[in-house]
Design a protein around this ligand. Structure first.
Ligand code: RI2
Length: 352
């Protein structure tokens, strides 16, 4: 049995809620579009299938699509029979699926570079070792940032989170935001989570609430527009969200709606944190507003569960992410600790 199959056995025994994993002859991926009512597992044997799954949101969350990038490159290296150009081409295909979350493109770029340096005769074996290192590192980051993040959670906190930054958006422990929340809960802190439904894809309603229930963490679902009022009446006293990308000045790019929660938090004097890992910091990006925001199809807004909810003529717009300026962020929780302003200098600790 190879190292990856052994690791997978271990992760299953540890009860990780993995979004994607490997079996003897194929990849398995939970179709997140079907949750919470159905746990459908897609069998992946081709890179194109995986790329489509990422593009169509069968797998999503910045950490998870980065991990999907690792599995995709590994799959390509196996199919290629040692042809490096094929692996690099597969990387390009994978990267083109979702442009905003940086983990996918960073991971694929690193593995493409690694492919160039592999020896011809042991190409797949070397690639496998590298993939295992990256996957293990991601899981460790998740647990580490959870431990650091739990320090800012107090007994009695009511925490708002937006979208889904949890196990299925990462390596299976708790992703980013939910690693912080889950660790605090496991430490015995009495907490309550308000999760936003997250229109239009409803990751919060469908997946965050599902995971919180699985982890036994008390929670309440709210619609996105309710956060400001609930802060004002004292129901929410902290915000912890994930991150699709962090610019070198600390600006946060995350699921659209995050910026509105940050504005409401600032107005109400409520601390706002993002949980991330060094892989999600884009040191080549000076400011958040310089990013290429992914716009998704109109029908994802005009339709609910495949049914049109507007008139035929109604036009819709769906920028999938927004930008929260660094000055609205009280801390960036990472695997190396909690980074605080001035971010431009402090984030350099994570530049490896
Ligand atoms: P981690 C999601 O985007 C949201 O923006 C969410 O905050 C983030 O990814 C979670 O990723 P989408 O992929 O911070 O559902 O947990 O569009 O890595």
């Amino acid at each position: 049995m190879n190292r990856l199959l052994k690791l997978t056995q271990q992760w299953k025994a540890d009860n990780l809620l993995m979004p994607i994993w490997v079996e003897e002859n194929h990849l398995c991926m939970i179709d997140q579009r079907k949750l919470p009512h159905k746990t459908e597992i897609l069998e992946i044997t081709q890179v194109d299938q995986l790329a489509k799954g990422i593009k169509d949101m069968a797998i999503r969350g910045s950490g998870a699509i980065g991990i999907a990038g690792v599995y995709g490159m590994l799959l390509a290296s196996r199919i290629s029979g040692g042809k490096k150009e094929d692996v690099i081409l597969a990387g390009k295909k994978l990267k083109s699926t979702r442009p905003t979350a940086v983990n996918l493109s960073k991971t694929v770029d690193n593995l493409s570079k690694f492919a160039e340096s592999c020896s011809e005769d042991r190409f797949y074996e070397e690639f496998m070792e590298k993939a295992c290192d990256v996957l293990e590192e991601q899981l460790n980051f998740e647990k580490e940032l959870g431990r650091y993040g739990a320090e800012i959670i107090n007994d009695g906190d009511s925490i708002l989170t937006h979208c889904h930054s949890g196990a299925l958006a990462g390596s299976g422990f708790g992703g980013r935001a939910l690693s912080v929340i889950r660790t605090a809960f496991l430490e015995g802190k009495n907490i309550h989570v308000y999760c936003c439904e997250t229109r239009p894809y409803l990751q919060g309603a469908r997946i965050t609430a599902y995971e919180l229930e699985k982890f036994g963490i008390p929670h309440t679902l709210i619609t996105d527009g309710m956060s400001g009022y609930l802060m004002r009446i004292g129901k929410i006293n902290k915000v912890v969200v994930g991150s699709d990308r962090v610019a070198s000045n600390g600006d946060l790019i995350n699921k659209v709606g995050t910026y509105m929660h940050a504005l409401a938090a600032k107005e109400n004097g409520i601390p706002f944190y993002t949980a991330t890992s060094s892989h999600t910091i884009d040191f080549s990006l000076e400011r958040g507003m310089d990013i290429d925001v992914e716009y998704r199809p109109e029908y994802e807004v005009t339709h609910l569960d495949g049914k049109l909810i507007t008139t035929e003529n109604t036009r819709a717009l769906y920028p999938a992410f927004d930008v929260t300026p660094n000055e609205m962020i009280n801390g960036i929780i990472s695997e190396e600790g909690i980074i605080r302003a001035p971010y431009l200098t402090q984030l350099l600790r994570l530049k490896k």
